[in-house]
Design a protein. Structure first.
Length: 89
């Protein structure tokens, strides 16, 4: 799995937006939602794939999509979420 995960250094907001815009896919973080990243993605007109958690802290991505009436990039199971990642692995 380590060959499929990359960590980037801290960057400025404009740099981070460039990385998001250049990404093939962005997966919402599990268990503790990426509220800021989800808002940035929506503001940039980009989609992210989210797997809603059991608690509010893991449902920010879903909330953003629901507010816009979007349902497609919401994974309904861990298996679907996993297949959304790099190379579907």
């Amino acid at each position: 799995m380590a060959d499929r995960i990359g960590f980037l250094p801290w960057m400025t907001l404009p740099q981070f937006k460039q990385v998001l815009a250049a990404s093939d896919r962005v997966l919402d973080s599990l268990h503790f939602g990426g509220g800021t990243t989800c808002r940035l993605m929506l503001n940039l007109g980009l989609h992210y794939i989210t797997l809603p958690g059991a608690f509010g802290r893991g449902r920010y991505g879903l909330a953003g999509y629901k507010a816009l009436g979007i349902t497609e990039p919401v994974a309904e199971s861990p298996e679907v979420y996993r297949q959304s990642g790099p190379s579907g692995q």
